[in-house]
Design a protein around this ligand. Structure first.
Ligand SMILES: Nc1ncnc2c1ncn2[C@@H]1O[C@H](COP(=O)(O)OP(=O)(O)OP(=O)(O)O)[C@@H](O)[C@H]1O
Ligand code: SF4
Ligand SMILES: [Mg+2]
Length: 330
């Protein structure tokens, strides 16, 4: 499969009064055309910062991409001028932000908001833009699109508004959609409907999706691959089945037991004790050491190298190293 996006050794920091927060510390991953990659992990592990970096939307100051490359369709984005990035954001890569309810302007009709981006980036008549807006509302499951285009956001329910936000992200037919916690603000039934919508959109348009979420139940349904982040790093990545049935990293295993899953709502949750490390001065070794039930001496001293468990499954943990598992005989 052709690679659409390559993130290579990405580092992102924020300079604050308290010091430098190393939010993303060497993240690398590939995304293929038409693929859905989920990025999961506890709050503060760097999911949104990674996503915002791809869009070059890190507020600067205080933030800065300090190292790494982001290659989209052969173009390097980290060094791209803002003018070119604006075009890429309008046409090629769309993003649904973590707080989608603020994405709609209460003073403009849905039609005005949907066609704005279209008319900005494409030479297209008002009539053609309206037709495209109606088609996209139909795709996201909003009935009576013609009348709906003339209405304002307050005339829609929360779930419907989220469908409109998704429609706005899709109207320019991007090749990549980044959705940052797109269902968190919605109740459980609506969440399930919105996820089904993502699945349908993916199938009908062939778009590639990066889906960021806390909820592994969400990814169980629609992701092809899963990247697990912890303390600014991807500590395990694999096909959905590899992560769900053959998780290797103790953090991934803990996460699978600790977060609610839409597919298994009745399951008892076992929280992971402790909290992630402070990213002002992240540990030199494995950042999970303080919470890991299997931690060994080497873990807090040296960061584990990456081990490939299959062509698609990689993990960064000392348990993969036979020598590390055997304590030295004195
Ligand atoms: N503008 C900012 N200024 C300073 N620190 C920031 C800023 N934005 C993010 N950070 C820090 O970067 C780290 C990663 O944050 P990020 O928002 O990516 O987490 P997340 O994984 O998306 O968490 P959540 O699941 O809560 O959304 C956190 O320690 C956060 O405090
Ligand atoms: S490297 Fe060590 S501390 Fe980190 S997850 Fe593996 S066993 Fe646990
Ligand atoms: Mg976030």
């Amino acid at each position: 499969m052709e690679k659409l996006l390559q993130v290579k050794d990405l580092h992102v920091s924020f300079v604050t009064y308290g010091g430098e927060v190393q939010a993303v510390r060497g993240v690398s991953f590939d995304l293929h055309k038409g693929e859905t990659l989920a990025i999961v992990g506890e709050s503060g592990c760097g999911k949104s910062v990674t996503a915002n970096s791809i869009m070059k939307l890190i507020p600067s100051p205080p933030g800065k991409i300090t190292a790494g490359k982001i290659i989209y369709n052969g173009q390097e984005l980290v060094t791209k001028e803002e003018k070119e990035m604006r075009h890429i954001r309008g046409v090629d890569i769309s993003m649904i932000f973590q707080d989608p309810m603020t994405a709609l302007n209460p003073t403009l009709t849905i039609g005005e908001q949907l066609t704005e981006g279209l008319r900005q980036h494409q030479q297209i008549s008002r009539q053609a833009a309206n037709q495209q807006a109606m088609d996209i509302l139909d795709l996201v499951g909003i009935p009576n699109p013609k009348e709906r285009l003339r209405q304002y956001p307050h005339q829609f329910s929360g779930g419907m508004r989220q469908r409109i936000v998704i429609a706005m992200a899709l109207i320019c037919e991007p090749e990549l959609l980044i959705a940052d916690e797109p269902t968190t603000a919605l109740d459980v039934t609506i969440q399930a409907q919105i996820l089904e919508l993502f699945e349908k959109i993916q199938k009908e348009t062939g778009i590639a999706i990066i889906l960021i979420t806390h909820d592994l139940g969400v990814v169980a349904k629609i992701a092809d691959r899963i990247a697990v982040m912890y303390a600014g790093k991807i500590i395990e990545v694999g096909d959905k089945r590899e992560i769900f049935y053959h998780a290797s990293h103790p953090y991934t295993k803990g996460l699978l037991l600790s977060v609610p899953r839409l597919d298994r709502p009745e399951e008892k949750l076992i929280p992971i004790d402790g909290t992630p490390p402070d990213l002002f001065s992240p540990p030199v070794g494995c950042p999970f050491t303080a919470r890991c039930p299997q931690a060994m001496e080497v873990c807090e001293k040296v960061y584990p190298y990456q081990t490939a468990l299959s062509d698609t499954h990689q993990v960064e943990c000392w348990l993969q190293d036979e020598k590390a598992r055997k304590p030295a005989v004195l």
